[in-house]
Write a protein that binds this ligand. Structure first.
Ligand SMILES: [Zn+2]
Length: 249
């Protein structure tokens, strides 16, 4: 990996090293949410993060990944025949999808009553994905009645229709056996795995440069990513020469 992160979408290498907990507790959304909140410029921006719908968050994560890594997000589809197929997320479609405005709502029929719900926000989703809990949090005329499995499915479908970028599906065909493949893709999980690798790469860069020059972590992280790579290339070239001369001694 190029460890290209210098700054990306308002997230600096320093934010990443200080704010990302590799393999940390909590799901990918919670870990990324904590990182975004830490990097938010002010309280209003932090509050806005909690008010985002899942689709708006997915769009933010697609843009963030693009800014950090300069390539599209990729997911892996597993075929029953054992073949693994790489699939690129349809980023243009995700970014073009409409997102629900702050007052957006959906209505579903439960036992002859039309019940209205606002679209779930990230702050709601932080409570867990349990449909009953989500329905209770989003019902505009609480308390929400108990949802039958059919009503819960109808509510989930209404939420997805109102916030299409919140439900990303990949499809394709297995190149080995031709079977059709389809799976849900979660940009948060995919990005979290890449941030784990980037965090490790940044630590390695700081370690390498600090040992060679004695600079502080803050000084090293303030360097543009390309300059960090240049210094590391110089250090490695010098070490290679050192190894060569020792071999001749
Ligand atoms: Zn297959």
């Amino acid at each position: 990996m190029g460890a290209s992160a210098g700054a990306g979408a308002g997230l600096s290498a320093r934010d990443l090293l200080a704010g990302w907990s590799p393999g940390g507790r909590g799901g990918a959304h919670a870990r990324i949410g904590a990182l975004l909140a830490r990097a938010a410029p002010d309280a209003a921006a932090r509050a806005a993060l909690g008010g985002e719908s899942l689709g708006a968050r997915n769009q933010r994560l697609v843009r963030l990944h693009r800014a950090l890594f300069a390539r599209p997000l990729e997911a892996r589809l597993d075929c029953a025949c054992g073949q693994e197929v790489e699939a690129t997320l349809p980023e243009a479609a995700i970014l073009a999808a409409p997102t629900p405005g702050p007052g957006a709502e959906v209505a579903i029929d439960i036992a002859g009553r039309a019940l209205r719900f606002r679209i779930p926000r990230m702050a709601d989703l932080a409570l867990g994905a349990d449909p009953a809990r989500l329905a209770a949090a989003c019902c505009l005329a609480p308390p929400a009645p108990p949802l039958s499995p059919d009503a819960a499915a109808a509510l989930g479908a209404a939420f997805e229709a109102a916030d299409p970028a919140g439900d990303i599906r990949l499809s394709g065909a297995c190149p080995e056996c031709g079977a059709p493949l389809s799976a849900a893709a979660d940009p948060a999980a995919l990005l979290a795995a890449e941030l784990d690798r980037l965090h490790a790469a940044l630590l390695g860069q700081v370690d390498c440069i600090a040992r060679a020059y004695g600079w502080s972590e803050a000084q090293i992280l303030a360097l543009p990513a390309a300059r960090r790579r240049s210094y590391i290339a110089l250090i490695q070239a010098r070490e290679a020469v050192g190894r060569g001369s020792r071999a001749w001694a």
